[in-house]
Design a protein around this ligand. Structure first.
Ligand code: C5P
Length: 477
């Protein structure tokens, strides 16, 4: 298809599309192609329709997560704490969840659906009679197509409607139609929380199997008021949602020590200048987070990045390649090492101890020297070599051939090859196109090509592959 023309898009969708394209570093037209490709692939990947409800308790009615990445429908109620729900979207995504939002009419007085759409993984739904969400009884689909529903903030009114089984808007219709675990984060004035009507509703909702987080005590939005009624913090809600979504039996890397390197390295020219590269660190962070969620004991050694530290990971921040190698060596022994850092190939041999002055008519003579190759060093260890050493190969041309020769040269076990050619949007973007090449592949073996995925999905898929390999190894020994 040479070109795409899509007419009659409403302004909100156009704006959300532009944002999504900008975030992934693609043109709008390319973004639409990606969306169409995803949509075409989705039906085959989606699991079959959910089982009938029967009398299984809510918290056991979990559907297997897609690609290891659970879908969360976040219902945002109309309270002043709605702004915190935006942070919650990010926190759930950091924990590897795919997040879709639904906003009540009142919530839209506090935050806009466009903001929620831009932060979440799909457009925000607002209306029970919206042709977008209701083309196939969308409230049923939204209710069942997610692995769990989180309501934050849950207002007194929304909780009353849930307790009574109302379904007069999209949020309540989803809550009535779902057979998935529901976690609610109440937020209201302390008098409303202690009111006997709310107490009755809370008791009813608890009997119905709804999980609660908070409310916490503290200052209220209303001047001079304090007490129990503040919404739980987004980090607490995300952690609780994670615990519900990923019961201990999902911890496929439990007891396994994993080391991950991530991000760029900064090689000093003098105390204020450095050589670096464009790595964002997102892929390495996603792998560390996915391994930790799978129960591994994870050490992440990261160069300078602009990312929050992942939960339940031991993180060491370093600057240069030599610091990184030093800390990698200290972190050994481990069972699995994943080298996702984009280590600078060279450093300045004659780096200035003081700031190099600009002198007219002469340029500083920088002498470069090669940095240690951390992946090759660890791969070639005879003592303490991890059982599985995985490298990354970011290539702009001859992806497979270059990745194969890199695997042989460095002596690692697997190479995750990714296409970072201009236009791929991988560097700094949220998606990755990956091929997995392993040492045991026969030379004529077609590489294992993964579809275009988010970096979280690449991480979850890689973690599942690692778990398979590590288990095989254990059963052999
Ligand atoms: O040689 P190249 O930089 O393309 O190799 C990429 C792989 O090697 C990545 O896994 C990267 O983390 C690792 N590497 C390293 N130390 C270096 C250079 C690359 O660990 N100095």
């Amino acid at each position: 298809m040479a070109s795409l023309t899509v007419r009659k898009l409403d302004d909100e969708i156009k704006a959300a599309l532009k944002l999504r394209a900008a975030r992934s570093g693609r043109s709008v037209e390319d973004e639409v192609r990606v969306i169409l490709r995803e949509a075409a692939e989705t039906p085959a990947q989606r699991p079959a329709a959910p089982e009938p409800m029967e009398s299984v308790p809510r918290n056991q009615r979990l559907r297997p997560a897609e690609n290891g990445r659970p879908r969360v429908t976040l219902i945002i109620g109309g309270g002043i704490a709605a702004y915190k729900a935006l942070d919650l979207i990010r926190r759930l995504k950091d924990r590897g969840c795919h997040v879709g939002c639904v906003m009540t009419r009142a919530a839209q007085q506090f935050v806009t659906p466009l903001t929620a759409s831009a932060l979440a993984d799909e457009p925000c739904y607002t209306d029970l009679f919206d042709s977008r969400s209701e083309f196939d009884a969308g409230h049923i689909r939204l209710a069942r197509d997610s692995d769990m529903i989180v309501v934050a903030p849950a207002t007194a009114d929304l909780m009353a409607k849930m307790a009574q089984g109302h379904a007069d808007d999209l949020a309540t219709a989803i809550l009535l139609a779902t057979n998935r675990p529901v976690l609610i984060a109440p937020a209201m004035n302390p008098m409303m929380w202690t009111n006997s009507a709310t107490r009755r509703n809370v008791a009813q909702l608890e009997r119905d199997g709804i999980a609660f987080i908070g409310p916490n005590s503290g200052e209220m939005a209303e001047a001079g008021e304090a007490g129990v009624g503040r919404m739980a913090e987004p980090a607490e809600i995300a952690a609780r949602a994670d615990a519900i979504l990923r019961p201990p039996q999902a911890r496929i890397l439990s007891g396994i020590r994993v080391l991950v390197t991530a991000g760029p390295t900064h090689e000093p020219i003098d105390p204020v200048r450095y050589i670096a590269n464009r790595s964002s660190g997102k892929q390495g962070f996603a792998i560390a987070a996915a391994a930790a969620r799978a129960g591994a004991d994870v050490t992440l050694i990261s160069g300078p990045v602009d990312l929050d530290d992942p939960a339940n990971v031991h993180i060491i921040h370093v600057e240069s390649a030599r610091d990184m190698l030093d800390n990698v060596q200290k972190a050994l022994p481990v069972d699995v090492a994943v080298f996702a850092a984009a280590v600078a190939d060279w450093r300045v041999a004659n780096a200035g101890a003081q700031k190099i002055k600009k002198t007219q008519g002469s340029l500083p003579q920088l002498e470069l020297t090669e940095n240690p190759d951390i992946l090759a060093t660890v791969s070639k260890l005879t003592v303490n070599r991890p059982k599985l050493v995985i490298g990354f190969a970011a290539e702009t041309e001859n992806l497979i051939a270059n990745a194969r020769s890199k695997l042989a040269r460095k002596g690692c076990d697997w190479i995750v090859a990714n296409d970072v050619s201009p236009g791929s949007g991988v560097m700094g973007g949220d998606r990755n196109t990956v091929h997995l090449i392993t040492r045991d592949d026969p030379p004529d073996h077609a590489p294992d090509v993964w579809p275009v995925m988010t970096k979280e999905d690449v991480a979850a898929t890689l973690v599942a592959r690692i778990a398979g390999a590590v288990k095989k190894d254990v059963s052999r020994s």
